[in-house]
Design a protein. Structure first.
Length: 198
């Protein structure tokens, strides 16, 4: 087997758990196409994420993303994330925000820190739709890592690790993708377990 094919095979094997949610969803969609009932939407924060709703309209339904929604509103990014896009959003959960040093979120939400908050939030957004399959292909093509340029202007590094995909920020902090391929009308969300910092 050629080295590149071996790397691709390994990347595919490592990625299987990350794609489990997406694959299950695709199988349901295929099932629906065959006339066996509707596709089951991906559940995030106890709510169905409907592919015909935009990023903001879906995020407000998730009880796991209330801090993110409050931050998006405080930063004045609602209209942007309701726009045509497409966007790829690495969406930290409430628990991810809670893991930041005490007082960080309250400080970021203050009107005088709107610029800093906007910088942090747009660091979680990549222009275009980068679904799990595309991201894994980029990781394989990059010899084990993929560099993503964010809307903020900084970069994130993605790699396959621990049976899933790990995203590393500019400060060396890492987040794990816990739910991949939550499709939106204007892009895709990947839920992450840490806040990424530029």
């Amino acid at each position: 087997m050629k080295p590149s094919l071996l790397a691709f095979a390994l990347a595919t094997l490592v990625a299987v758990p990350v794609l489990a949610t997406a694959g299950h969803h695709e199988n349901k969609a295929d099932h629906a196409k065959m006339g066996h009932g509707p596709a089951t939407p991906v559940m995030v924060g106890g709510a169905p994420m409907l592919a015909n709703r935009d990023i903001v309209d879906n995020a407000v339904k998730s009880k796991d993303h209330t801090t993110l929604v409050a931050a998006v509103k405080a930063a004045g990014l609602v209209d942007t994330l309701k726009g045509a896009g497409p966007f790829t959003v690495f969406a930290p959960t409430n628990a991810a925000f809670d893991a930041l040093p005490a007082g960080t979120v309250d400080s970021l939400l203050k009107p005088e820190n709107k610029g800093q908050l906007t910088s942090v939030l747009t660091y979680h957004v990549v222009a275009g739709k980068v679904d799990a399959k595309t991201l894994l292909s980029q990781i394989e093509a990059g010899g084990g890592t993929a560099t993503l340029t964010t809307v903020q202007g900084g970069t994130l590094t993605a790699k396959a690790a621990g049976g899933g995909v790990q995203i590393t920020d500019a400060k060396g902090g890492s987040a794990r993708v816990t739910i991949a391929d939550v499709n939106q009308s204007n892009g895709v969300i990947h839920v992450v377990d840490k806040v990424l910092l530029p």
